[in-house]
Write a protein that binds this ligand. Structure first.
Ligand code: AMP
Length: 194
């Protein structure tokens, strides 16, 4: 099983990806978490990525690809993945597709798009800023991250919709309801393909 989560910051990608990973016995790969680990460990990638994360800008594609190749390969060997936060641009999606074709195992089963209104996303991000003190959750960076999502990431929905992979889920429901909607959509998409 290979899944992508596609949603704006704070739409609930991380929470749902973790539950999907447990449900399907696949690996949860969060590019944001992996980047924060690189930054915390002050690795070669982390030292470059830190400033991008703090500003709410996207880290350069090459660095993200370089960081993910190993973990994705291991996840494929272990039965599949749910990718959370990657790809973030059409270019990343194209590069990932080219890479996956070489490796074998190119087929994605679904792209889960969590739909949450911008006002609700801002509210959630501000709430987390207070609760967790994440450095990319200041009011200014929050708006910037939402703009980056609209301009860079949102176009991916059309990209994957063209391949019939996107399932739209109402992300403003309670966490359990979002999860059961996702599983039901994945199963019906799977059934209609077989
Ligand atoms: P997230 O935890 O997914 O919200 O990601 C936090 C931050 O990590 C983003 O604001 C970006 O700076 C960076 N990031 C995460 N994933 C990617 C990616 N696929 N490409 C570029 N930057 C990324």
């Amino acid at each position: 099983m290979r899944l992508l989560m596609l949603a704006a910051p704070r739409a609930g990608k991380g929470t749902q990806a973790a539950r999907l990973a447990a449900h399907y016995g696949i690996t949860h790969l969060s590019s944001g978490d992996l980047l924060r680990k690189e930054v915390a460990g002050s690795t070669a990638i982390g030292r470059i990525a830190a400033a991008y994360l703090a500003r709410g800008d996207l880290v350069p594609d090459e660095l993200v690809m370089q960081m993910l190749v190993g973990p994705v390969r291991r996840a494929v060997d272990a039965g599949g993945y749910v990718l959370d936060g990657f790809p973030r641009t059409v270019r990343q999606a194209e590069e990932a597709y080219a890479w996956a074709r070489q490796e074998g195992g190119v087929e994605l089963h679904a792209v889960v798009h969590l739909v949450v209104a911008r006002a609700e996303l801002r509210r959630r991000m501000l709430a987390r800023a207070t609760a967790e003190g994440r450095t990319d959750d200041t009011e200014e960076t929050i708006d910037h991250r939402l703009d980056v999502y609209d301009s860079e990431t949102e176009p991916l929905i059309g990209h994957y919709a063209g391949r019939g992979l996107v399932v739209d889920i109402d992300g403003e429901q309670a966490v359990d309801a979002v999860f059961s909607d996702i599983v039901a959509s994945i199963e019906s998409a799977r059934a209609s393909r077989t």
